[in-house]
Design a protein around this ligand. Sequence first.
Ligand code: SF4
Ligand code: SF4
Length: 430
Amino acid sequence: MTTHPFVDYIDRSSADVAEACTSCGACAEVCPVLPHTEVEVPPSDLVGGVRDVLKNGGSLDGDAADWANQCDGCGVCIPACPEGINPRTMMMLAIGVGNETATETPMLFRKMGRAVRLLAAMQLAPADYQRLMRMPARRNADVVFYVGCNAIRTPHLLFNTMYVLDALDIDYEVVGGPAACCGIIHTKWEGEREAGGRVAETTLKRFGEYEPDHVLSWCPSCELHLGETIESYQETEFSFEHVTQFIRERSDLLRARAVRPLPLRVVLHAHTGMAELGENVAELLRLVPGLTIVDVVSESGYTCGGSGADRSPGRKAETRNVTLERMQRGDVDALVTLYHGCHGQLSAAGHTHGFDVVNFTDVLVRALGGTPRTDFLEGWRLARDWQAIVGATAENLAHNNIAVDPDWLVDVLPDVFLGKEFAGGLNELL
Ligand code: SF4
Ligand code: SF4
């Protein structure tokens, strides 16, 4: 039986990393999550455990599993490697190849897909729902805006971004929804490499059908998976970049059009991992007349949420506290968030701790003279009237062909909106 090319690719990448790695331990020495684990072995032995899995297969266990399970993708290890290996990629490969969680998270993708469809269908009228979930008729477009799957839980941020692309006269089409997953869930969390390869190939093919020059990601996990971990799997005719980079490269045009003054003093929330995306957002905010970035607070990981900072609760609490302490000085108008996961968590934190939170896309839309899309999730979480929410969303759910028992929905909404991971807990309930 022949193996899928993607499985060969992952095997080859894993073997190459295992071969190049000398187990010097430099990556583990600088890793900021390590002090929050139970790991006691020396760094070189620790990396040796990861390397063994990449070389010989099998499950990550013991100290290596403890480390890998808490890796939040912060990327601090990347410049530390004297061999030019990307240790974050080494960790992503090892988790997919051998992490025990691969067998502990069966059906994750299916559950996530159902959760995404349900939350999006509650918030969106059919035309908007279709725009994020379905492939439009094929045509050539300069740009594909790839919205991924999970971000569709917070559709207002995606429509805000589209407002900015429209304002810059970009010719684009949208690709997204669970049917256009990047494959990270199958490859990394479910350990289903062949399925992950098929999913990634299908999505890359969909991009290619538009013959675009640029594919713009929104989701940091899609960016990490397609743009880093499996970057060399397939050559493409288009560039794959984050939407903030693309907009930043059009700063002159944005500056000319984003002329509505917004006299705001803000703190920008960013992440250590993929720090360049936070820098893009900082540059975009600096174009807004009247707005001042007083501070940038970088939290650990490459994003908030279960794939990023939440992986290491100890490290997360450490850097989240820096954000909360900064906001409690009370000398700024708002905290500006990056991605969907960050926005959900920090909006909730803002209400608990008494500060305002806006997403950078809200700011850009307002500066361009527009009105940001409504953040329904935020309103519902504050209102806590679950019966009223179910009543108000029944029409959207019916028109979007999502059948759900209203009594069940009333029962689960408190966990979804007031649970530990805002709006992420729905995966576990479906
Ligand atoms: S990405 Fe961050 S958490 Fe993961 S191994 Fe590297 S330094 Fe440690
Ligand atoms: S720093 Fe590089 S060579 Fe050293 S253990 Fe880490 S990945 Fe291997």
